[in-house]
Structures are given as C-alpha cells and as structure tokens.
Design a protein around this ligand. Structure first.
Ligand code: DGY
Length: 325
C-alpha cells in the first residue's frame, strides 16, 4: 500500500517532520516559506501533491474558499493547534473532510504564558527590561517602577476550560482568590473552590485581574469592550492568551491610557501578526508574539497529537482521536 500523501503547511519540530516522513509521503515546507498565508496556494499544492491529508497550523487561512478549492483527494485536515477558528469546520464537514485539533497537551504551557504576562503586567517587567536595554537605568531607587503584588488579589478567569483551570492551580500558589465566568458552572471537583459568576457585571466588578481564555469566533467578538471595561475596578489588570478578536483594542487602549486599567499583557491579536497601533506607544502593556504553546516539549506533543489523528484516519482506518465540529 502506498503511504498516504500529507501536505504540511508549516515547518514543524524536527522529530515531528521525521515521524511525518516515516509514516506518510510527506510534502514538507522546510523553510517555512510563507505560501501558507494564501489559501489558494494551499489548495494548489494539495492538488499538485494529490494530498489525502493536510497538516496546517493556527492562523492558516482554511476558510470556506480554501476548503471549496481543495482537491477531492483531501479527506482530513489536522490543525497543529487547539484553536480551530481558522478552519471552516462546517464547510469541511459538508465536503466529508474530517478536522482534528491538539487539545490538552498545551494547557500547562499556555497557562504558564498567562502567568508570565500577569506577572509582567503587575510588576512592570516590560518597562524595566526596556529601561535596562536602553541603558537608561541609573541605579536602584525607592520609588522606581513600583508595581502591584498578585498576592491576595482576585483573579477572574474568563473561560474555565483546561487552560483556565491550569492557570487557577498556578495562581493559588500566588495566594490569589479564584473567580470565573463561563457558560455553565463546573462540578466541584473541577472548581476546586473557585467562585462562579453568572453575570458579567458581578464577575468584572469583583476581580482585580482578568485573564481571558475564550476561543475566537463571532460569539465572543470584541467581548472586552468599553462597557465591560467600565465594570472593572480602577487599577485592574487584563491578560489575554486566548484569541485577539475577543478584545476591542481601541477600548482597551483608551482604558490603559486613562489608567482605569493599570496594565495589560497580550499574547494574541485581532488580525495578527498585525497589531493595533495604539499599543505600541504604551508603556503599560506587555506584548508577546503568540508564544502560548511555544515550549519544545509542548510543540513536540502537539505534533505527535496531530500525527496520531492523521494516522488513525488515513493509515489505520479508525475514527479520529480529537475530531472537532
Ligand atoms: C492554539 O493552539 O490554538 C494556539 O493559539 C497556538 O498554539
């Protein structure tokens, strides 16, 4: 039996590319050439290769137009991400194409990233780093770059899924009090004493730090808008490691400029890699380049998870392990 043809849109960790080449007739993108930004080009390469599977990644344009243009040979799209807002799952289903993602293996790493941003925002780490690098630091001073402690603060987790719960566990080590907002209340064994809020007003007016963990999509588009920011206590912190589209950037920049929001930490952006211009002029926002899952261990685990799914369907004729939609 010939190996199934697999098109990889992105350069992946070496161990993952080696496994892909061993199990599949893998068509790699060894230089990470940016053809993955163009849906028509993804479809053209899939047709040229006669691909049965596509291993794509977060941000690849796998919308309805790309899916409509894919050759009939394509039976599966595995995304190297937990988020799948970049894939039109309904359009794929309509064409009989299975879509899978890589849940669980990146929860701890993404929570670590949220914790990093929370600390950077609270302790003004970005400002301090910029000062030192610019050779502007003139020595220790009693009132220099004073931030706020996380100890005893109320952490509000928007979206208490796996990542949110990992963050809650870390934040308990910082003696924070955990609050959360989600569609439904969790069972006590998952809540671990965290307090559920059934309204945005109760949630936002209680917390000192907001950490956002919601998937992209229309349901949460610009969720953090001027009205909700106004519900937050003056001096609160905001962190987003979910998807950039859930923040109204102009409203957050206004709140950071007025000081109503003391500081923010962002890892994701609406329309990334483009970043809302207003953030660049602000000292009180830490900006990371979508690093949430970027550890060596996690990226390997994500790759193996994507390949496990592809192998199940395209080699073993079994159902996918992590189907979405
Ligand atoms: C995801 O997996 O959805 C992240 O945003 C990329 O790791």
């Amino acid at each position: 039996m010939p190996k199934p043809v697999l098109l990889l849109t992105r350069k992946l960790p070496a161990a993952i590319e080696a496994r892909a080449a061993a199990q599949f007739d893998a068509r790699l993108n060894p230089d990470d050439a940016p053809w993955f930004r163009d849906g028509a080009e993804i479809a053209r390469r899939a047709a040229e290769a006669g691909a049965q599977g596509i291993l794509c990644a977060a941000g690849d344009p796998m919308g309805a137009a790309t899916i409509a243009a894919l050759p009939a040979s394509v039976r599966m799209i595995a995304t190297f991400s937990v988020g799948y807002d970049h894939v039109d799952v309904a359009a794929a289903r309509a064409r009989g194409i299975t879509v899978t993602n890589t849940p669980e293996v990146l929860s701890f790493a993404t929570a670590e990233c949220a914790m990093t941003l929370m600390l950077m925002a609270a302790r003004r780490a970005g400002e301090g780093e910029r000062m030192v690098r610019a050779r502007r630091w003139e020595g220790w001073a009693p009132t220099q770059l004073m931030g706020v402690t996380l100890e005893g603060k109320k952490l509000g987790i928007l979206g208490m899924g796996r990542i949110g719960r990992e963050l809650a566990a870390m934040a308990r080590g910082f003696r924070m009090e955990i609050h959360y907002r989600d569609i439904a209340r969790l069972p006590p064994e998952l809540e671990q004493g965290a307090r559920f809020h059934d309204s945005d007003a109760s949630f936002l007016s209680t917390i000192d730090v907001l950490s956002m963990h919601v998937p992209g999509g229309e349901a949460t588009r610009k969720w953090l808008n001027a009205e909700r920011l106004a519900m937050m206590k003056p001096g609160s912190l905001v962190v987003n490691t979910g998807r950039g589209g859930s923040v109204d950037d102009a409203a957050l920049v206004a709140a950071l400029t007025s000081g109503h929001i003391r500081a923010a930490g962002l890892d994701v952006y609406d329309g990334e890699p483009r970043i809302f211009e207003g953030y660049f002029g602000l000292e009180n926002v830490a900006l990371l380049p979508h690093l949430g899952s970027a550890t060596i261990e996690t990226r390997d685990a994500m790759g193996h998870r994507a390949l496990d799914n592809l192998a199940a369907v395209l080699i073993e004729g079994r159902p996918p392990l992590h189907p979405v939609g």
